[in-house]
Design a protein. Sequence first.
Length: 246
Amino acid sequence: MISPENVDLSVTNPLPIHREEHVFSAETLRDIVIGMSDGLTVPFALAAGLSGAVTSTNLIIIAGLAEIAAGSIAMGLGGYLAGKTEVDHYNSEMKREFEEVETVPEVEKQELKTFFSSLGLSNEIQNQAVEEVVKDKEKWVELMMKYELGLEKPDPKRATKSAFNIGFSYVVGGMIPLSPYFFVSNGLDGLKISSAITLVCLFVFGYFKSKFTGVNKISGAFRVMMIGAVAAGCAFAIARLIQGRY
C-alpha cells in the first residue's frame, strides 16, 4: 500500500503550473499614459503661468480645477471617439469580409490557402486546412480578419473604458501640481512646492513610461520631466512679461 508521503509529485505533476498575470492590457496602459501625461503637464503649466501673474492662490485653485474638469472631459471624449472609431472600423471590415465570403468564396479560399502556405504547410495540408476552416463562416471570417487584415476583435466596451481611463488619469495627474496651492496663501510659494513635487512625479512617470515602451529609462524620464519644466517655465515667463506691460 502506497502512503501519501511516498508519492513522488514530480512524476504525477511533471510540468510546473504556469499562471500568467496581466495587471493592465496594452490599451488600458496606453490610456493611462495619455491621461497622466497631459494631466501632469497642462495644469502644471497653467498654475505656473497664473503664479507669475497673481498672488491669490484662490484664483489659481479655481482656474486649475476648472481646467482639470474641462481637460478631463475633453480628453475622455477624445478617448471615447477613438475607441468607437476602432470598433466601427472593425465591424465595417467584418461586414465587408462576410460579403466577400458569400459572393467570391473561391477568391477567399485562395487567400486562406496562401496564408497556410506562408506557414510552411504542404499543399495537401493546406487544402485540408482550408476545407476545415470554411465549414464555419464565422470562424473563417474571424481568421481572415486577424491574419489577412491584421485586425483583432476590439472590446465592445472599449470606447467607454477608454473615456473613463483617460479622463480619470487626467484628473489624478492634474491634482498633483495643483494640490500644494491648497495649503499656502501665496502663489509663488505654491509654485515652488508644486514644481518640486510635479517634476519628481514627471521623472517617475517618464521612467515607467520608458520602461514599458522599451526606450532608455533614464533619458526617457529626463525627457518627460524637461517637457513639463519647459512648459511651466514658458507659461510663467509669458505671464510675468504680460503683467509688466500692463
